[in-house]
Design a protein around this ligand. Structure first.
Ligand code: GDP
Ligand code: MN
Length: 416
C-alpha cells in the first residue's frame, strides 16, 4: 500500500478515529449545572411561541435574553435562513419573547460552525439577563496525546476562543490535569486567578472550576466549554453559555444525559445508520465506499485519492454485519446523489465475505443499483463469496483481490 500518499481528509480522521460523542442543548447543560450547584442564569426552555410568552412571564422580570437552541457554536454572530439576524437576542418582556421565538423556532440557524445549511432550532431558551463585570473563557477537553485532560482558561471570554488565540495567545492558559487526580484547591485558585476576575470572585470561580471538573468526570464528558464564564456586577460566577459533549461509549451508564439526545440536530441518514450499528460519514466526492474498520477507511481514502478519485462517503460496517445490514449500507451509500461508483473494500476477519456478497447481490436486485460496484474482498469465506457473485450474473460488479487495481478501476468507472 502507498502509505506515502497519506492525503487523508482531516474530517474523516476525526470522525472515524475518535470516540463519537453526544452533544446536548444549552438548556440541558444548564439543568446539569444546577444539579451540581454551579451558577447559571435562571431560565426556561420553550418549544412554541406561546410557551416562550409563558416562560418569560414565569421568570418574573422583563430583562431577558432569548437564545436559539441549535447544536452549533457562534450563535450570537449567526443568522437564520430567513435572513433574520442572530441566535441570541436581548429582549424586554414576554411579548417580545413570543415575537422573537416565532422568528427562531424551526428555522435554520447558520453560523461559522454549522455548515452552509445551518441547524434547525428545536427550542428557545429564555433566561434572565446578567450584567457582566467580566467575561472569561473556560473549557475542559480530552488530551489523548498526554492521556489526561486539558483545562483551558482565558481572561478573554465572550468572543470566539479561536480569535483570542490569534490576537492575544498569551491570554490563553493550558493545564494538564490527570483525570483521577482532579483539580486541587491550589490549582483551582491558580486557574481562577489567571482569568481576570475581581478578588471577590476568585474563590467562587475556583469552586465552580472544581465542580465543572467533577461533572466532567462523573458524567463521562469529552468536552465542557463555558464561554462566557461570567462574573456578574454582584460578583457572582455564572455560566452564561455551556457546551457539553459526552462519550458515546458511556451511554449505558449515563441514562439521563443520553435521554437528552436531539436527533433533529443530526443528519437523518447518519441516524438511520447508527440504528443499524453502522458508522456513516459523508464527504464531497463521487465514490461511495463500504469498508470495515476505521483503519481500512483511512487506507481506502488514501488509495482512492492516489488514483485521482474522491470518496462521496464512507460506510463502516464494523464487525457484526449480516446480509440485511450490508443491504442497508448500500441503500445509505446510494442516498448521496453524487455517487457514480461504489467501492467495497472489506477485509473479512469478523465480517464474512460471503455475507458481503449476499448483501451486495440482494442490494443490486432489490434497490435496482445502477452504478458500477468494485469489490475488493479478502479473508474469511472469500471463495464462497466469489462463487456467489459469479453465479449471480451481475455484470456491474467487478471483483478484485488487489487493492491498487481495484482503486484504479473504481476511479475510472466513477468518471463515466
Ligand atoms: P454563542 O454565540 O453560541 O457562543 O452564544 P452565547 O450564549 O455565548 O451568547 C453570545 C454572547 O452574548 C455571549 O458571549 C455574551 O457575551 C452575550 N450574552 C448572552 N447572554 C447574556 C447575558 O445574559 N448578559 C450579557 N451581558 N451578555 C450575554
Ligand atoms: Mn458562547
Amino acid at each position: 500500500m502507498h502509505m506515502f500518499a497519506r492525503t487523508f481528509n482531516k474530517n474523516l480522521v476525526k470522525r472515524v478515529s475518535q470516540v463519537r460523542y453526544l452533544s446536548i442543548h444549552e438548556f440541558r447543560s444548564a439543568t446539569l449545572l444546577r444539579q451540581y450547584g454551579v451558577g447559571t442564569p435562571k431560565g426556561i426552555a420553550a418549544f412554541t411561541p406561546e410557551e416562550a410568552y409563558q416562560a418569560a412571564k414565569k421568570l418574573g422580570t422583563d430583562d431577558l435574553v432569548i437564545k436559539a437552541q441549535a447544536l452549533t457554536g457562534g450563535r450570537g454572530k449567526g443568522h437564520f435562513d430567513t435572513g433574520y439576524k442572530s441566535g441570541v437576542h436581548l429582549i424586554n418582556g414576554a411579548k417580545e419573547a413570543k415575537e422573537v421565538a416565532e422568528q427562531m423556532l424551526h428555522h435554520n440557524l447558520i453560523t461559522k460552525q454549522s455548515g452552509p445549511a445551518g441547524k434547525p432550532v428545536s427550542a428557545v431558551y429564555i433566561v434572565e439577563r446578567k450584567y457582566a463585570e467580566h467575561e472569561a473563557y473556560f473549557s475542559i477537553v480530552m488530551d489523548r496525546q498526554n492521556q489526561s485532560t486539558m483545562v483551558i482558561a482565558s481572561s478573554e471570554g465572550g468572543m470566539s476562543v479561536e480569535e483570542v488565540a490569534k490576537k492575544n495567545p498569551d491570554a490563553i492558559k493550558k493545564f494538564s490535569v490527570g483525570i483521577d487526580e482532579g483539580i486541587s484547591d491550589e490549582l483551582a485558585t491558580k486557574i481562577a486567578s489567571g482569568m481576570g476576575f475581581t478578588d471577590d470572585a476568585v474563590s467562587k470561580a475556583a469552586t465552580a472550576i472544581k465542580t465543572l471538573f467533577q461533572i466532567f468526570r462523573e458524567k463521562d464528558a469529552t468536552q465542557i466549554e463555558i464561554n462566557p464564564l461570567t462574573e456578574t456586577k454582584e460578583h457572582d460566577i455564572e455560566c452564561v453559555d455551556a457546551k457539553f459533549n459526552f462519550d458515546n461509549s458511556a451511554a449505558y451508564r449515563q441514562k439521563e444525559v443520553f435521554s437528552w439526545r436531539d436527533e433533529s440536530q443530526e443528519d437523518p441518514d447518519e441516524v438511520t445508520a447508527s440504528q443499524y450499528g453502522l458508522n456513516f460519514i459523508k464527504l464531497n466526492g463521487n465514490i461511495g465506499c463500504l469498508v470495515n474498520g476505521a483503519g481500512l477507511a483511512m487506507a481506502t481514502m488514501d488509495v482512492v485519492k492516489l488514483y485521482g478519485g474522491a470518496p462521496a462517503n464512507f460506510l463502516d460496517v464494523g464487525g457484526a454485519s449480516t446480509p440485511a445490514t450490508i443491504e442497508k449500507a448500500f441503500e445509505l451509500i446510494m442516498t448521496e446523489k453524487n455517487v457514480s461508483a461504489i467501492f467495497v473494500n472489506i477485509f473479512g476477519g469478523i465480517v464474512r465475505c460471503d455475507y458481503v456478497a449476499d448483501g451486495l447481490i440482494s442490494a443490486t436486485k432489490n434497490l435496482g443499483l445502477k452504478v458500477p460496484v468494485v469489490a475488493r474482498l479478502r479473508g474469511t469465506n472469500l471463495e464462497l463469496a466469489q462463487k456467489k457473485i459469479a453465479e449471480s450474473g451481475l455484470n456491474k460488479l467487478h471483483l478484485f483481490s488487489d487493492l491498487d487495481e481495484a482503486a484504479a478501476k473504481v476511479v475510472e468507472l466513477g468518471k463515466k
